[in-house]
Design a protein around this ligand. Sequence first.
Ligand code: NAP
Length: 501
Amino acid sequence: MTTTLSRQATPFILTIFGATGDLTRRLILPAIYNLAVDGRLPEKFAIIGSALPEMTDEQFQAFLTEAIEKFCTVEFDRGFWTEKLAPSFHYSGGNFGDPELFKNLSERSEALEEKIGDSCLRLFYFAVAPNHFATLSDQIAAAGLHKSSSSDARVIIEKPFGYDLNSATELNRQLLKVWQENQLYRIDHYLGKETVQNLLVFRFANGIFEPIWNRNFIDHVQITVAETVGVEGREKYYDRSGAVRDMMQNHLLQLMAYVGMEVPNSFDADPVRDKKSELLEAIRDIPAARLGEFAVRGQYGEGYIGGQKVAGYRHEPDVNPDSSTETYVAIKLWVDNWRWSGVPFYLRTGKRLLKREAEIVIVFKHAPEVVFRTTPVDALSPNRLIFNIQPEQTIELDFLAKEPGPVMQIQKANMAFDYHNQFKASRGTGYERLLRDFMLGDLTLFSRSDLIEEAWRVVQPLLSGWESKAERIPIYEAGSSGPAEADELLSRDGREWFGIE
Ligand SMILES: NC(=O)c1ccc[n+]([C@@H]2O[C@H](COP(=O)([O-])OP(=O)(O)OC[C@H]3O[C@@H](n4cnc5c(N)ncnc54)[C@H](OP(=O)(O)O)[C@@H]3O)[C@@H](O)[C@H]2O)c1
């Protein structure tokens, strides 16, 4: 997993579509800055920004200076930025629907290529709303921008990839008219997080865990991504999407794939992606007629977050006051394969919850209590392995220990590993590793078309079922742990959620 970091990236021209947008300013630009400061960009490269406004290169550089000052994740080195990095940024504005823009981009790319040299990659980043993905792809193809005789071309596609199973399949079809599968880098920034990547190292580099990573030892798995924030200015997008499309279909199912996948033959892209895809394929269809047994949705009402009163979802600006968009979803999934048969995976995510927390909890089977039958101990709680992904980056193992004293009493104890204390990791945006892999042509952390479509297949019964039902969506109080129905999803199975309660 470390090999890509020691390799040198090939010279490139990166065209960022959506260069004035929030994603570019807040995450992509600071990530490029961090890569540059760490010496992880090639000696020769150029970046062309493209968006609607007309601007000169200098105006674009001034625009980026403001952004990097605001969003830089490390101490900002003005001299380095002004002299070394900013001059590599260029700009070509226009409407994505206008072929003229792509003619200009072609001319600019060729001129820059002459300076950079022959073996120059053509890289593209679609940092735009999904309705532009196919247009951009077609326009690039029509202008011949994606292939010149001496260069390789690749494209990053942002999420969300599709709106449901049909639209994702159609988008894959449209993109694959222009690109080969191995030129498409469908991004999920969750996979750029160190703690997520560490899941595979934890499982496959430590001989003691893999033998117990199965139905014989594991009772169930919980995956939680809880947010305290509401829709934060994304109301128009969010009200059409909801928690299933925004979080469950991508981040949570990706995490589940990492937890549940079989051992790949190597950490190369296709062996890893094959195993992730097989795991998702093995997830049993949620039966439409029994949706309520497997899935719960909710929407936040008003309440308190950190002592501050906050409005309910329907009172957020730009949200339909009758909206039935879910801001919370919890599901129970079965994986029909040898390793996981009979082990439920419970996944939940929501906004305006009590705590911000992303974690995976592996709950092991109980030890038999028989040895303790003549002692005051009447119940043993299960061992749990907890991967905290954010805001904490820790791995903890819960176990039971004897309380000091003459009587046999048992207490929960805990072994903990803290990523930051151990490695003094520098603060990044999570996009550094993904951008670097993109430059190096490493597809491991990016989703293949089959993975995306399988993930949509898993959530499609929720989308179809809830869309067609007129019944009221449960409302949960902002600042709570979510709707009571989500607790019932587990209590029916004799289990309970851990984490945000
Ligand atoms: N923001 C995030 O934190 C985040 C996180 C993960 C994924 N994403 C994904 O990243 C993508 C971009 O999100 P964003 O938040 O950056 O969106 P945004 O702030 O709305 O930015 C959209 C960009 O596209 C440009 N644009 C829109 N229509 C155009 C057209 N017809 N022709 C030329 N340029 C056009 C805009 O230019 P002007 O505004 O200058 O006109 C702007 O630069 C989305 O797919 C989103 O889901 C975003």
